[in-house]
Design a binder for this molecule. Structure first.
Ligand SMILES: Nc1ncnc2c1ncn2[C@@H]1O[C@H](COP(=O)(O)OP(=O)(O)O)[C@@H](O)[C@H]1O
Ligand SMILES: [Mg+2]
Length: 349
């Protein structure tokens, strides 16, 4: 890209009041409703929330990958350059070299009829002046970096010759190929076994160390985030409902929804109450949303005013920690807000 488009003192990625609306038979679907966040260089921001909360649509909007029927409003500036509304041709250049994308299904990014090494060479040569042999060496090096054993031999292999986890590593290598400033990974491990998940996340962390890219890691599984993310943004019904450092979110969640997500995770520590406390109910339909807090029907601490005023994301005690709950200050770490599901032990008794 032409460097004149960028501003050196601008934030790496600054999203302000991003909204995405689709038309459907049921009326307007407000998939993303005023999301704002800033991504700092080299940080890992995790975007977490149940299926349908607007995580993927947020990412697709930033990359210009939504269908034309989507109405997109707000602003998303990459190093000072507005991404929203930029022509396709320019967005292709951004996606190749500046902001790389990793999807849940690695075959979205891989072509079944070419060897993985060749696809890496293509990705490298698309944005860099480098001869084929040197590009091949770099491809092998990248495959080795993400943990593909015997990378030089494997580079000649085709995607179907790799396991799901190994394919996702190849995609991570492709994302690294042009030294991007931002990598957006949308549920990169959701389709994989738990042990393979950990290895692929490790490869993603390696990619970050090597490229110094900032990462947006989208996941419905808050369990993936601990030990990996610097910052967390929790989404519900198209909005960010809590934001903070990973410590803020895990040690003192302020939004009852976040507390519920944590209670849905199996806990490894043997101390205290280990029973799962999942959130009852389901998220609201994003078409014709009623006023008020969208979490209210599922919320154990809601009061009548929650049905009228939708809470805004606002600062709560402690640094940059934000929560969208009228009663965030009443939520404390020791309180269990949701009922446990009965354990096997109780059934036996
Ligand atoms: N192309 C589309 N047309 C209409 N609605 C869409 C489209 N893409 C996504 N949506 C809707 O937007 C909402 C948010 O979807 P998404 O961002 O994919 O959720 P998540 O990634 O958090 O699971 C959902 O209700 C989904 O049905
Ligand atoms: Mg998604």
């Amino acid at each position: 890209m032409d460097d004149a488009l960028f501003s050196d003192d601008a934030p790496l990625l600054e999203v302000s009041d991003l909204s995405v609306t689709f038309s459907s038979e049921d009326g307007l679907v407000r998939a993303v409703r005023g999301v704002s966040f800033t991504l700092e260089p080299g940080r890992l921001l995790s975007v977490v929330g149940e299926s349908g909360s607007g995580k993927s649509v947020t990412a697709m909007a930033l990359l210009g990958l939504l269908p034309r029927s989507a109405q997109v409003a707000g602003s998303a500036k990459f190093r000072g350059m507005e991404l929203l509304g930029r022509p396709d041709r320019e967005m292709m250049a951004v996606r190749g070299a500046e902001i790389a994308m990793i999807f849940q299904d690695p075959m979205t990014s891989l072509n079944p009829v070419y060897s993985v090494g060749w696809q890496l060479v293509e990705a490298i040569q698309a944005h860099q002046e480098i001869d084929k042999d040197a590009a091949w060496d770099r491809a092998v090096h990248l495959l080795d970096t993400v943990g593909i054993p015997e990378a030089r031999q494997r580079a000649a292999g085709y995607p179907h010759e790799f396991s799901g986890g190994m394919r996702q590593r190849v995609v991570i290598a492709m994302a690294m190929a042009n030294d991007p400033d931002v990598i957006i990974a949308d549920e990169p491990t959701t389709a994989l076994d738990v042990t393979v998940q950990a290895q692929v996340l490790e490869a993603l962390r390696t990619a970050q160390e090597v490229t110094h890219a900032a990462i947006i890691l989208i996941t419905h599984d808050l369990g993936v985030v601990a030990g990996l993310a610097d910052d967390v943004m929790v989404m519900y019904a198209g909005k960010a409902v809590e934001r903070g450092t990973v410590e803020d979110i895990f040690y003192w969640p302020r939004m009852p929804y976040t507390k519920g997500l944590l209670g849905s995770l199996p806990r490894l520590d043997a101390s205290g109450d280990e029973r799962l406390r999942p959130i009852p109910g389901v998220p609201p339909s994003l078409a014709n949303m009623p006023p008020g807090c969208p979490f209210m029907p599922r919320c154990p601490i809601s009061r009548p005013n929650c049905a009228e005023d939708e809470p805004v994301l606002r600062p709560v005690v402690g640094g940059g920690h934000l929560a969208a709950c009228h009663y965030a200050e009443e939520v404390s770490p020791g309180d269990e807000l949701f009922a446990p599901i009965s354990s096997d032990a109780e059934v036996v008794e």
